[in-house]
Design a protein around this ligand. Structure first.
Ligand SMILES: *Cc1c(COP(=O)(O)O)cnc(C)c1O
Length: 456
């Protein structure tokens, strides 16, 4: 149907050669953005009735399309949260793609699920979650947060029904509480769920604390809430909330405690900052994106529940054609999140962890923290620059004295045009600011200095 053996051989060689070259390229080019008109001009119409042939399609990808995508693993890509997969993880993504395996159920993907579960266990142990904890790798933090909140609401409503014992109408808690610094995906999850997000004012260090949470819950009626979201590493500043204080208030009121560690959770593996996370062991659910600071390629969020049975009750899809799976006692990853069909997306992380060992992860994360420490002290040392907040993790936010929003944007655009660095400005309290998110162990002190030099 799709060509003879010889053609497939040739395609295979082409694809593997390209992948090998990209995977072993050091340094990688930052690359650039093109407009749709420019791309149409260079690539033309690529989908045709008879096909343009593998060689031509590969060529177009290599020469036109790929360079029009920024390399997120470039050491001076410090915007948003970058992604810097280890070579082992990136290479293994290729193997997963080649393997035609289904990792939604134990029946179909037992080997992959077993390996993914060992990787999840490593994370659960870092967080200090109990033996029965477990979960699933989902595409990203957005789906991880949504899935956790769906489980939380299901559990809260089931318990309310239980408590009402058929007398009167059971409560239907519909609200979530978090700080304004929580990730935009929490608001998005609430929108999808038709839930209401109530925000708590953070303290002067931008953290959610127990007392502030207690005040809001008591004012608003704790029985109206089904989950509290604490952030372990906010996206804009890397702030770790007072997890122990928040856990305590959740326990007092019997409210589900979700910890969003999509970015920062990786630092559980870093002894120098581990104490910031005290209290995470009390989480009912926890996420971390290995595609952020745990050196896995995109499409990887670890979602872990303290009581997986509560998540299963919320997420298991039921249908005659699925009975053979849902009636089995085995671990079916798909039962723990929104979504059914799933790629074995935890395997690149698993392979890299198995290959290098967990100590290599600790060293790599500590290295990025060292570079972040350097960035912070350089900002403090340079008279034109001013730190906005002392860093908890590896995000450094600072201002260039005398600059307005247009100056930051022009500076950022110029660095990208020169294919030198990708550092977009951020805003906080209406002020435009410069921000580095350092998660790539290849980023050096010299990279930071070179970028700061451009702000003089
Ligand atoms: C990035 C991020 C998310 C969303 O994760 P995606 O993988 O982009 O969907 C959620 N929470 C925090 C704190 C994040 O930094």
């Amino acid at each position: 149907m799709f060509g003879n053996d010889k053609a497939v051989d040739e395609l295979g060689r082409m694809v593997l050669d390209y992948a090998e070259e990209r995977l072993t390229l050091h340094p990688v080019p930052l690359d650039y953005v093109l407009s749709e008109a420019e791309l149409l001009d260079r690539a033309g119409q690529t989908i045709t009735t008879e096909g343009i042939g593998g060689a031509r399609a590969m060529d177009l990808f290599a020469e036109v399309l790929a360079p029009a995508c920024l390399s997120v693993d470039h050491p001076r890509y410090l915007s948003f949260i970058p992604c810097a997969p280890s070579d082992a993880a990136a290479m293994f993504d290729l193997v997963v793609g080649a393997s035609s395996m289904y990792a939604g159920s134990w029946l179909e993907g037992s080997g992959a699920v077993f390996a993914e579960n060992q990787a999840l266990r490593w994370i659960a142990d870092l967080a200090g979650l109990p033996e029965q904890a477990g979960g699933v790798f989902v595409p990203g933090g957005t789906i991880g947060n949504l899935s956790a909140l769906v489980a939380a609401r299901h559990a809260a409503r089931a318990r309310a029904v239980e408590e009402a014992k058929g007398e009167g109408r059971p409560l239907r808690p519909w609200r979530v509480v978090a700080t304004a610094g929580a990730h935009s995906s929490i608001q998005s999850a609430c929108d999808v769920m038709d839930a209401e997000l109530v925000t708590v004012e953070p303290d002067e260090h931008l953290r959610l604390t127990g007392p502030a949470l207690r005040e809001v819950l008591e004012r608003e009626g704790p029985e109206t809430f089904f989950a509290v979201v604490a952030t372990a590493g906010t996206t804009n500043f890397g702030v770790v909330d007072d997890l122990a204080g928040v856990a305590e208030v959740c326990a007092e009121h019997g409210i589900w405690f979700h910890v969003d560690g999509a970015y920062g959770g990786a630092a559980l593996a870093a002894p120098s900052v581990r104490s910031l996370f005290d209290g995470v062991e009390r989480a009912d659910s926890f996420i971390v994106d290995p595609h952020k600071w745990l050196f896995a390629p995109f499409d990887c969020c670890a979602l872990i529940y303290r009581e997986p049975a509560l998540a299963r009750a919320a997420h298991t899809q039921r249908a005659g054609y699925l009975d053979v799976l849902t009636e089995a006692a085995q671990w079916n990853p798909t039962d723990y999140s929104v979504g059914l069909t799933r790629r074995a997306r935890g395997l690149p992380l698993w392979f890299s962890l198995a290959t290098h060992g967990t100590a290599a992860y600790t060293r790599a994360i500590e290295r990025t923290l060292e570079v972040a420490r350097h960035a912070e002290s350089e900002v403090e040392r340079r008279p034109d620059l001013e730190l906005v907040r002392h860093r908890d993790l590896s995000v450094v936010v600072f201002r260039r004295l005398g600059w307005g929003p247009g100056d930051y944007q022009a500076w950022s655009d110029r660095m990208l045009e020169d294919e030198f660095a990708f550092v977009v400005p951020t805003t906080h309290d209406g002020e435009t600011l410069a921000r580095f998110a350092i998660v790539n162990p290849e980023t050096t002190e010299a990279d930071i200095d070179a970028i700061l030099d451009t702000m003089a």
